[in-house]
Ligand binder design. Structure first.
Ligand code: FMN
Length: 184
């Protein structure tokens, strides 16, 4: 698979911001970053990383209320989009076609333009509403990738667990990495 060259990375207000950071750190190519307002609030609670440090990992950064940003338009090229972690709220909006934030609008663009859209969902247990929203998006072509680590690689640290999920997300974009040992 061709490596995505320009990827929109959205971080929403679910637990597991570390997944998004690990993913960004290992993503090649141009990285366009959008962080939701709730994600900005959860970031300091879960990580020791300042918002400015997170922004410095990307090539371009846009505010989630900036619907004039280039990625808001289908005529502007990006190769893939990932929401990592993806809240049930953002997933629900995307499933319903609501596009009132840059993250949900860019996801709508990815769907309508048939570009790769990966949603790394972090919620448990899942209500029938969330499950139906996930099914709707899967049928529309999105990849629903639960933040759900495997243990066959015998993780020893939290970082190993985070790396597994981030690595599975990178796999979806065809990116080579060494974040976890592949089963052989
Ligand atoms: C500390 C904290 C942790 C949260 N974790 C989750 C979560 O893991 N999954 C989820 O779907 N929502 C979670 N939420 C709720 C979302 O932040 C909330 O639904 C918010 O509106 C999501 O907005 P966003 O998708 O625009 O970031 C959490 C909220 C807080 C305050």
């Amino acid at each position: 698979m061709r490596e995505a060259v320009r990827t929109v990375v959205a971080i929403t207000g679910a637990s597991g911001i570390a997944y998004g950071i690990k993913f960004l750190e290992n993503l090649p190519g141009e990285r366009v970053l959008v962080v939701s307002e709730m994600a900005k609030k959860i970031l300091p609670r879960e990580t020791g990383i300042a918002l400015e440090e997170l922004y410095a990992m990307a090539d371009e950064v846009y505010s989630d209320d900036d619907l004039f940003a280039p990625i808001s338009s289908g005529s502007h090229r990006f190769d893939a989009m990932i929401v990592i972690p993806c809240s049930a709220s953002s997933l629900g909006k995307i499933a319903c076609g609501l596009a009132d934030t840059l993250i949900t609008r860019a996801a709508a663009v990815a769907l309508k333009e048939s570009r790769k859209l990966v949603l790394v969902v972090r919620e448990t247990p899942k209500s029938a509403v969330l499950l139906e929203n996930e099914l709707r998006l899967a049928r529309a072509g999105a990849v629903i990738l639960d933040a759900n680590p495997g243990f066959y690689h015998k993780p020893k640290t939290v970082d190993d667990v985070v790396s597994f999920v981030a690595g599975r997300a990178l796999d979806q974009l065809g990116v080579e990495h060494a974040l976890y040992e592949k089963w052989s």
